[in-house]
Write a protein that binds this ligand. Structure first.
Ligand SMILES: N[C@H](CCC[C@H](N)C(=O)O)C(=O)O
Length: 293
């Protein structure tokens, strides 16, 4: 694992003990690990074992809390999908991150600056118990997503199994391909999701969003996530879907995104402005797990 190297904290029998907190944001669920006050070694295999819903704790993503690498930020935030892949951003996880570090006494701030693989985000605990995150500005430049396209466009044809679908491509730090669907309940998420995730025009793979526009301030969304499959909610996916609809003139600047796990509020003032995402962050339970070293 590049970046932090942790000494392995094992008992005499080579067993690694790991304290964790299980959290969820609209049913998108996480194992949160304090990498500041405990030291441990992680590998792709260990992450997959922890994420396994039968042999491990179970999660869509594993979130790591680390010391910041510069004085301008409060924490470093690393994210791993259930398949063990490290990724750039996780929106539902960002809300859980700030709840965790505050509840654990790692900070007494209600608003923190958090460094991720793709820039700084700013989560804030609201007085109403929800969390708002400044997710930074979306990126539509194909090369930065990355997405192979001759020029930048609001939409692109994407060849899929002999037919063609229309997508928007946008990065929230992580890559998203969003298509508009007439009826989300019959959307071919299971069939198309894996094909889009592994499409060769997305060299780093991609999260596949399926968006139904209810009206100019309300969409319904399902996301087949890169490295995790369909989740009950995807925070960066909600940001990506909303801003792609706003950029196309189909949505207003303040949108409710209804996911299978519940609602998010997404606000965006347009090009160059950050996306604001508001939603819940819930602790499910805490525990300790013993892993063979
Ligand atoms: N599967 C995503 C990471 C988690 C994003 C999602 N859980 C969120 O809330 O944004 C990816 O590979 O880019």
């Amino acid at each position: 694992m590049e970046g932090s190297t942790w000494s392995t904290q094992t008992t005499s029998g080579g067993i690694m003990k790991l304290k964790f907190t299980k959290m969820q944001g609209l049913g998108n669920d996480f194992i949160v690990l304090d990498g500041i006050r405990q030291s441990f070694s992680l590998s792709v295999e260990v992450i997959r074992q922890l994420a396994d819903r039968h042999f491990g704790i179970g999660c869509d993503q594993l979130l790591l809390v680390e010391r910041p690498t510069s004085p301008e930020v409060d924490f470093r935030y690393r994210i791993f999908n259930a398949d063990g892949s490290e990724v750039e951003q996780c929106g539902n996880g960002a809300r859980c991150f700030v709840r965790f570090v505050h509840d654990q006494g790692l900070t007494d701030k209600h608003q923190i600056r958090v460094e991720t693989a793709r820039g700084i985000i700013v989560p804030r605990l609201e007085s109403n118990g929800l969390v708002t995150v400044d997710m930074g500005a979306p990126v539509f430049e194909p090369a930065a997503i990355p997405f192979q396209a001759p020029t930048q466009s609001l939409t692109y044809p994407l060849e899929l199994n002999g037919s063609s679908i229309e997508i928007s491509a946008v990065s929230m730090g992580n890559p998203h391909a969003v298509q508009i669907i007439d009826d989300l309940d019959t959307a071919p998420v299971a069939q198309q999701g894996p094909l889009i995730e592994h499409h060769p025009r997305f060299p780093n793979r991609v999260n596949a969003g399926f968006m139904q526009i209810v009206d100019r301030s309300h969409i319904r969304l399902r996301v087949y996530e890169r490295g995790a499959g369909e989740t009950l909610a995807c925070g960066t996916g909600a940001c990506a879907a909303a801003v792609s609809g706003m950029a196309r003139g189909l949505l207003d600047a303040d949108v409710t995104v209804s996911t299978r796990g519940g609602d998010l509020r997404i606000r965006w003032q347009g090009e160059g402005h950050p996306v604001l995402m508001t939603g819940p962050a819930v602790v499910v339970f805490s525990g300790e797990i013993e892993l063979g070293a």
